[in-house]
Design a protein around this ligand. Sequence first.
Ligand SMILES: [Zn+2]
Length: 119
Amino acid sequence: MEKDFHREFTKCPQCGSEDRFFEQLANVAKERGLARKEWEFHLQMSEGIVVDPAKAEGALIGSEAPGFGIMTDVCMECGCIYAIDLTRIDKKKSLPSAQPIPHGKSQKGRPLINPFSVS
Ligand SMILES: [Zn+2]
């Protein structure tokens, strides 16, 4: 598998339908202004690494472990649950105390005000 493996599946592998339950549910919520337009909804979204936790502890800082990202949804025609997005995300081991601060947020979780922001 390549390091930047990424594949999207836009049709149900069982029946070929493109109607997905959570995706359409999200569209209804977006139309009613109950959800943000850029949000994506899925049955399941998970991320992780495929490493024995005992071995991960002894790994060097900065070493990479093969990680995955997967999103699934449900076909509205036949009920088949299938992956709609598979991504390989290699994770670098970081210092345990280093907590990443989300982009655009202050340490207390409040959005930072950028005086040069145009929007
Ligand atoms: Zn289907």
